[in-house]
Design a binder for this molecule. Structure first.
Ligand code: G6P
Length: 600
């Protein structure tokens, strides 16, 4: 949710800011802007729309050694030029990611002091407040300390002060911010991929710290004493964050799936069940699991529920984080809470984690971004090794999430002696064989299916049990990137009302991987088909079905329950992609969305 960048150093800041903003654009892309220092003045260029609009506004001859930049996902105020960041009031220019909850109160106070505001944003208030505090006490560090006390909400801030040219200040709370370090200059950024072109070295800025960045980096604690910070080296490479001939990122990321699964399982299965057991908490301590996530992470949780309940014989509840955080909680010390998040920064998932931790209930995070907030605050963390995921619609990270959840189900079943050594080893082998099967699934041509879908306004997905969970994600993929109104239902539920929407030619995508209840779903398919639906069936190759049951059939290689969902997710992702492509959509940056949802 909004990307921020800052650079100060020997190179031309303008080029760096633009390149880094392009790398951050997945966080929000409805407006963008930069502020840079020149001849003791701060200049601001900003505009609504994507970074390319901003680039068109920038004179290529501008040169500066310091600047801050922002790409926006609107929360307060429409995406227009005035609401775009940076905002400047008096001596202060800022870029902000997050939400200031008391901005209206602060604004009223500042208006009384004759401050004028040009935008409708909560962010502009921060610039005004900084200017007011600084006019009272000409001491920037104390001003920033004071600012942190006055702001309620979440923020990552890049700050320039007219009186201190050549220095960027940064503070954060509940929104991510890292500090990049290189011989040629230093950075602030919302995430590491934004600065990977220039450096792999970075520091994490904590909520109680203030950073002062010029040719050196000084980080202060809450007593304003300089502190030593650990320097981290990003464990990935630039290629992971670049398109490398693929366009869009979503396709690149789907093609990376075989590698991602291999990298995710290798450390966990290095010594078979022994290393799997060591990687996870001792599940025998618990008699219940609560899974929490948002979007696709929630859908991954539903797959986890199905497998853990079936094989681990343990009850699992799955809840959307934005609901969980305000619900009454009935969990006890024998419950393990699993939080799933690609970014590790999703505000609702983070709030749910904190709520559970206050109750002293054990937590395990399944996270993709190393050292992200959720990874740091959970009691235990297991990483999905998906690498940077740029496309807003997740693919490879979701696949890695369901892989880890399947391995958790296997571990619980093994610990409880529901599955013996021989069976466990067979299942481990099937995980090791996955990369090859995933590659084969990616190579299938899904364009033909997309041609059946792209002209329709509405589409249905149906499935039962684990296939319903898979269908929910398939439906979300299609809807978020193609904008087709795609609706997912448990196959048996459609006839309780929704079937009235089926007309001649309405596409229905049915998923069947569970042989035991295949006949039930096939009956539901017949119900929609007899009402005119055009049925696309995704089904295991060991389940017999008459060809006339569906209009199109995609056969999936049959493996076992632990790996079956991982394979079946691929056609669902690619059907969404091919359909959006036929419609000419902006696949990596669907309208109104953002990758990292760091606001409530
Ligand atoms: C956004 C993304 C989704 C993602 C969800 C949760 O809505 O567009 O792809 O599933 O956030 O994000 P997280 O980073 O917590 O997995």
């Amino acid at each position: 949710m909004c990307g921020i960048i800052g650079y100060v150093g020997k190179k031309n800041a303008i080029n760096i800011l633009i390149q880094s903003l392009e790398a951050l654009e997945y966080r929000g892309y409805d407006s963008a802007g930069i502020a840079y220092g020149t001849c003791n003045r701060i200049e601001i260029i900003k505009t609504s729309g994507k970074i390319k609009n901003l680039k068109n506004k920038i004179n290529p001859d501008i040169h500066s050694n310091i600047g801050i930049g922002h790409t926006r996902w609107a929360t307060h105020g429409r995406p227009n030029d005035l609401n775009a960041h940076p905002h400047k009031i008096g001596k202060f220019t800022i870029v902000h990611n997050g939400i200031i909850e008391n901005s209206e109160t602060l604004k009223k106070l500042l208006i009384k002091e004759n401050y004028k505001f040009k935008s409708e944003t909560d962010s502009e208030v921060i610039a005004g407040l900084l200017d007011k505090l600084y006019s009272e006490k000409n001491d920037i560090l104390n001003v920033l300390k004071q600012l942190k006390k006055l702001l309620i909400g979440s923020y990552a801030l890049g700050i320039l002060c007219d009186d201190i040219p050549g220095t960027i200040y940064a503070v954060r709370k509940d929104s991510p911010l890292i500090i990049g370090i290189s011989d040629e200059g230093n950075f602030i950024a919302s995430d590491v991929p934004a600065i990977l072109k220039y450096t792999k070295k970075y520091m994490l800025l904590r909520s109680n710290e203030i950073a002062e960045i010029n040719d050196k980096i000084t980080v202060y604690n809450e007593k304003l004493e300089p502190i030593n910070k650990e320097i981290l080296i990003f464990d990935g490479n630039l290629e992971d964050a670049e398109k490398n001939g693929f366009d869009p990122f979503m396709v690149k990321e789907i093609y990376e799936e075989p590698k991602v699964i291999k990298e995710t399982i290798t450390p966990l299965l290095k010594f078979g069940m022994e290393s799997l057991n060591d990687s996870f908490p001792n599940f025998k301590k618990y008699n219940k699991i609560q899974i929490i996530g948002c979007g696709s992470a929630y859908h991954a949780g539903l797959i986890g529920k199905s497998l853990i309940e079936k094989y681990g014989d343990m009850p699992v509840s799955v809840e959307v984080a934005s609901e969980f955080r305000y619900q009454k909680v009935f969990l006890d010390k024998k419950t393990l809470v699993i939080l799933i998040s690609q970014s590790g920064e999703t505000a609702d998932t983070m709030a749910s984690l904190r709520k559970v931790k206050e109750l002293n209930i054990d937590t395990l995070a399944i996270v993709n971004v190393l050292s992200s907030s959720i990874a740091r605050e959970a009691d235990n963390v297991v990483y999905t090794k998906a690498g940077p995921e740029i496309s807003v619609a997740t693919t490879k990270a979701y696949l890695a999430q369901i892989t880890i959840l399947s391995l958790i189900a296997l571990d619980i079943a093994y610990c409880k002696k529901i599955i013996n050594d021989e069976k466990a080893n067979q299942i481990i082998k099937s995980f090791e064989d996955l990369s090859k099967i995933i590659k084969e699934m990616i190579e299938i041509d899904y364009q033909d299916i997309a041609k059946d879908l792209y002209k329709h306004q509405t589409c249905f997905y149906i499935g039962r049990g684990i296939d319903y969970a898979l269908s929910m994600e398939g439906s979300l993929k299609l809807k978020e990137i193609s904008y087709i109104n795609s609706i997912c239902y448990p196959a048996g539920e459609l006839k309780h009302g929704t079937i009235s929407l089926i007309e001649d030619g309405t596409p229905v995508i049915a998923v069947i991987t569970d042989k035991k209840i295949a006949d039930k779903t096939i009956s539901n398919i017949k119900e929609v088909k007899s009402r005119g639906a055009f049925v696309i069936l995704i089904i295991n190759d060991n389940i017999k079905v008459e060809t006339e049951v569906a209009d199109k059939i995609i056969r999936i290689p049959t493996t076992n329950d632990f790996t079956q969902s991982i394979i079946t997710a691929i056609p669902l992702q690619l059907i969404g992609y091919e359909t959006a492509k036929l419609l000419g959509r902006d696949i990596d940056k669907p309208k109104n969305l953002a990758k990292s949802v760091t606001v409530e």
